[in-house]
Design a protein around this ligand. Sequence first.
Ligand code: TYC
Length: 121
Amino acid sequence: MATSLPKPPTPAAPTTPVRPADGGGEVVLERVPQKVKPPQMHQVVMLNDDYTPMEFVVVVIQEFFGKDRESATQIMLKIHLDGKGVCGVYTRDVASTKVEQVLDAARQAGHPLQCVSEPVD
Ligand code: TYC
């Protein structure tokens, strides 16, 4: 027989204590509107150069941006033709880690591949 666990209590809406101006003893809790905004997102933009092999770029895009070979190739070709292209969009810290991983892999392989992270409007 399946037993169901008791539901956790619903979290209370944020409130702020307000003392009435008449100096009375009672305290009123006023509801405070939630002010949680979604985080600013950052895109990782890869730049073209004349030296990094296409195959290396495709593998990097697959490995660090989770793309399949087909989409990685499309992105690489766009960068090759337009000078730059977006590989992915992440929160600031994740985007910055991706940039470091790409630059590290490029440096280790001796390629001048560059990429940057920039806020998305
Ligand atoms: N332009 C490079 C070449 O012809 C390929 C390349 C593509 C390099 C994308 C960097 O971000 C890049 N070998």
